[in-house]
Design a binder for this molecule. Structure first.
Ligand code: NAD
Length: 475
């Protein structure tokens, strides 16, 4: 058993990331001390605070971890789950550091977590806990537009981000940049259009890019393109639902969807919005009229398919089920869904794994856009939309005169349109995901790196090294 393994022979989650980091470090020649600094978690704040729930006082356990201060503010989501622990939050914070570097988002990595099960707590009590957690972060200077900026993650969403903002504003009244203390807010509260679906859309862009690389597709016996590819998605939450919708719209076939209570399967394809409606109305995806139930939800991961997208939680593909996974491509929409042992098994089988530190970076990319919007206090497109439309109209007139042809009203509408916020956000996200993909692949090729995960880590670590080298080390 290696020193990184615990008594049961499994790696702790943080050790998993260290293991991936060490594989990448083989391709980097730099002083060992600097690599150790990049790996280490800079600040870990573990807290316990009381909240009155009904007539009882409940002691709540929570965390905020800032993995790296090489760029500020730190950035990372907050998750609500009974599985929250220090090791998990440290790992997720570290992933954020590497992720931000890959997509050129100028933040250090952070993550937060509260050990509660939001499904069993009333919304009033979730609000109390969220507000108290925020005030604890404020007290210790662990939140602020230039310090540390949380976002949604597993078990949280726009509602919680709104409460965090409101609590911050109440305790820091007069701070003109207060909106930038948290991202993933509703649009009416300073959020940016396109944030909610950003992670899922980023997953779609990343996988679409891979599916257009001939040599990769041929290496796993698939045709080029997404149309007709059979996809399985685990987790129909924020990330999984949006990813599933974009894949479905693009002509891919969603053959199975897995949730906590079980999975559903239809070889001919599932209509994602119909399944989501069924889930909303019935509280479960099971018994969807156009599909077969799979009682043991984990078994859905092992079905024959082209692409498997785990979009729920970490460590769902491990040494005990990796050999039974039949997917040719795995897109890590969730953070850390594959353990290092499973990673090695899948690598040997020739499965292409698109790693989390790249694939789910769409969320933080659009969070960055939201943060910039909040600091500039103006909606994207507000200044240039009409100007662009006027210039386009002039341009069209010239074309019509020169060509002696009238352009149809429909075509005109499309050409004249100035950019709206959603157009700018989505094009910024698409460009970021395409660039990130090709940077990883180019590095993989030029250094003959064995897989995308190690190449992504090399790319990311090199960028962080560059940043440390230019900063110097404060005495
Ligand atoms: P979410 O809470 O919105 O959704 C998670 C879904 O997974 C829920 O529907 C839940 O019921 C389901 N689930 C839980 N256990 C399951 C199991 N054993 N089998 C099948 N389904 C199960 O969370 P989310 O925001 O979609 O996050 C999902 C993953 O994506 C997490 O790993 C998170 O860290 C990662 N992520 C999220 C974002 C974001 O912007 N929200 C960004 C980057 C990465």
């Amino acid at each position: 058993m290696s020193k990184n393994q615990n008594k049961t022979g499994s790696y702790s989650f943080f050790n998993c990331i260290e293991k991936n980091f060490d594989k990448a470090a083989r391709f980097i020649s730099i002083e060992k001390g600097l690599l150790e600094q990049i790996k280490a978690c800079n600040s870990v704040y573990r807290m316990h605070f009381p909240v009155k729930i009904g007539k009882e006082i409940k002691v709540i356990e929570a965390y905020r971890v800032q993995h790296s201060h090489h760029k500020l503010p730190c950035k990372g989501g907050i998750r609500y789950s009974m599985k929250v622990n220090q090791d998990e939050i440290m790992t997720l914070a570290a992933l954020m550091t590497y992720k931000c570097a890959i997509v050129d988002v100028p933040f250090g990595g952070a993550k937060g977590g509260i050990k509660i099960d939001p499904q069993t707590i009333s919304s009033e009590n979730i609000e109390k806990i969220t507000r108290r957690y925020t005030s604890e972060l404020i007290k210790k200077n662990f939140i602020g537009p230039g310090i540390d900026v949380p976002a949604p993650d597993y078990g949280t969403g726009e509602r919680e981000m709104s409460w965090i903002f409101d609590t911050f504003l109440s305790l820091r009244s007069g701070d003109v940049d207060a909106l930038a203390c948290v991202t993933g807010k509703p649009v009416s509260q300073g959020g940016v259009r396109g944030r909610k679906e950003a992670t899922g859309l980023g997953v779609f862009y990343g996988i679409r890019e891979l599916c257009h690389v001939k040599e990769d597709m041929y290496s796993v016996g698939l045709d080029v393109g997404l149309v007709g590819k059979k996809i399985i998605i685990q987790g129909l939450g924020n990330v999984g639902y949006h990813a599933a919708s974009f894949f479905h719209e693009s002509g891919a076939i969603i053959i199975a969807l897995a949730e906590r209570e079980g999975a559903i399967y239809n070889e001919k394809g599932l209509n994602v919005s119909k399944v989501f409606l069924h889930l909303k109305n019935n509280g479960s995806i099971l018994n969807f009229p156009e599909a077969k139930n799979i009682e043991n939800t984990e078994k859905a991961l092992e079905l024959e398919c082209d692409i498997l997208i785990p979009a729920a939680l970490e460590n769902v593909i491990h040494k005990n089920n990796a050999n039974r996974i039949k997917a040719k491509i795995i897109g890590e929409a969730a953070n850390g869904p594959i353990t290092p042992e499973a990673d090695e098994i899948l690598d040997k089988k020739g499965v292409i794994i698109v790693p989390d530190i790249y694939l789910n970076a769409g969320g933080v990319t659009v969070s960055y856009f939201e943060w910039l919007k909040n600091l500039s206090h103006v909606r994207y497109g507000r200044m240039e939309k009409k100007f662009r439309e006027n210039v386009n109209a002039e341009f069209l007139k010239v074309i019509e005169t020169v060509c002696k042809k009238t352009i149809s009203i429909e075509e005109k509408k499309m050409i004249l349109r100035g950019p709206r916020e959603i157009d700018l956000v989505r094009s910024g996200l698409e460009d970021t995901m395409i660039n990130g993909f090709h940077k990883i692949c180019d590095l993989k090729k030029s250094l003959k790196i064995e897989n995308m995960r190690t190449a992504a880590f090399v790319l990311s670590i090199n960028k962080i090294i560059d940043s440390y080298e230019k900063l110097g080390i404060f005495p």
